[in-house]
Design a protein around this ligand. Structure first.
Ligand code: UT7
Length: 405
């Protein structure tokens, strides 16, 4: 005959090191079960946890028998389904073209396809049409991510938008997207870490999920850098493009081990000593204007590889993984030379590197989610794959995330 449930108790105790003293004795004593038996069974099951606090739920039955489940703190899991959008047609001189090729830029500034390809690997980029905004691109990416994941907006607790090109100084562009998606609950906010924005936003989402603050978060990277470029400055206007990508991050119970699915480790850095090497020469509190992007390109290049490899080595150290264990390296797409040099220094095989800079240019915070989504859509990234993300940009800011899809 089935046992009848006498009650349930929930508490947290150190894995492998529980005793019949409180909180076990206090929570279970009233049921008259054999506490020693419970402690023995729990410690056997969690002996590898090294004293880490583990939430446990104990079911006690009328015949004083019991069973229990242990839970590890929820880790964030990136749903396989994600979405990207690299949308736009038309260039600032109003020529009717969908994609802007290097040859088209030759008509605007003193440059050449050969110089751009050799120095950056970029062959084309997408530019938003007149009136098309960061919110438009971000909304499309978020809608596609929801649809691919089979979720409704009611399933989402939070929207985090990484952007340095918001629709307005305020309100946050994410609340515009929240409104358009019909989300009346939860919250939305923007994050600004320039090209590192997506890694910063994903890390933030992961932390919110680990604390139990949110269960599902849309993380969007969306930019319209074409609006802050000086189209007469050949040293910058050939490098950037517009676009957006989005992923949904969901809470999932994992073991707390490097073999988990989801975000395994993230490492973020910034150093404002370099704030004048890549910046916008305007702002609400300084000039009262939007301003234009300015960059000491060679200086940025000089720091990029060292900073990128530094945070990646931190990620390896935190997990015990090395470049040999990776399935895919999805770096920020600023310049193919920086990506190649970083991969070489880290001994990441070229066939594991996802490259989109050739057809998207540098889309700042949108570049990683767009590259990620492209590699998902064409089947390169498969469930269980170990993936390394990294970015470096204005601030300087830089960061790396290691995750298992
Ligand atoms: O995502 C945020 C992080 N941003 C980056 O990671 C960008 C980092 N920097 C870079 O990717 C590279 O420094 C650039 C692609 C921006 C420039 O490449 P470089 O090899 O560092 O070139 P350079 O700045 O040293 O310029 C070399 C020459 C210069 O001419 P002189 O002084 O040698 O006569 C430039 O004036 O190339 C000239 N130049 C150009 N020529 C044709 C600069 N821009 C252009 C251009 N077309 N568009």
């Amino acid at each position: 005959m089935a046992k009848k449930l006498a009650g349930t108790a929930k508490f947290q105790i150190p894995g492998g090191q529980a005793t019949p003293a409180p909180p076990v004795g206090t929570a279970l004593g009233k049921f008259g079960i054999n506490l020693g038996q419970f402690v023995q069974a729990f410690n056997d099951k969690t002996k590898d946890a090294g004293g880490m606090m583990i939430p446990v739920v104990v079911n006690v039955y009328n015949d004083r028998s019991f069973d229990f489940i242990t839970k590890s703190p929820p880790a964030a899991v990136l749903l396989k389904k994600a979405a990207n959008i690299a949308k736009g047609s038309g260039v600032p001189n109003k020529t009717k073209v969908g994609k802007v090729t290097n040859a088209q830029l030759e008509d605007m500034v003193d440059t050449s396809d050969e110089w751009i390809v050799q120095r950056t690997g970029i062959r084309q980029r997408h530019i938003a049409v007149e009136g098309e905004t960061t919110a438009d691109l971000g909304e499309k990416a978020a809608r596609a991510a929801l649809s691919n994941a089979g979720l409704n907006i009611e399933d989402i607790d939070l929207i985090i938008l990484a952007t340095s090109t918001p629709n307005n100084t305020f309100p946050a562009t994410s609340v515009e997207i929240q409104h358009r998606l019909g989300m009346k609950h939860g919250a939305a906010f923007d994050m600004q870490a320039v090209c590192s924005g997506f890694v910063f936003a994903l890390t933030t989402a992961d932390q919110y999920i680990r604390t139990g603050f949110a269960k599902r978060i849309i993380v969007i990277g969306a930019e319209t850098f074409s609006r802050i470029l000086d189209w007469e400055d050949r040293t910058t206007c050939v490098l950037f493009g517009d676009g957006a990508g989005a992923v949904i991050v969901e809470a999932s119970e994992q073991e707390g081990k490097p073999t988990d699915r989801g975000i395994l480790t993230s490492h973020l850095r910034s150093d404002g000593a370099h704030r004048d090497k890549l910046y916008v020469d305007g702002g609400p509190s300084t000039t009262g204007t939007v301003g234009h992007l300015r960059m000491a390109g060679r200086e940025v290049f000089r720091h990029a590889v060292a900073m990128i490899t530094d945070v990646i080595e931190d990620a390896y150290q935190a997990t015990g993984y090395t470049s040999q264990d990776l399935d895919w390296f999805v770096p920020h797409q600023a310049n193919k030379r920086i990506i190649d040099a970083s991969a070489k220094k880290l001994k990441i095989a070229p066939q594991k590197v996802v490259i989109t800079v050739d057809h998207h240019g540098n889309t700042s915070a949108a570049s990683i989610p767009m590259a990620l989504c492209e590699a998902l859509a064409d089947g390169r990234i498969q469930p269980g794959n170990l993936i390394l993300l990294e970015a470096m940009g204005g601030g300087f800011t830089w960061g790396a995330t290691l995750l298992r899809w």
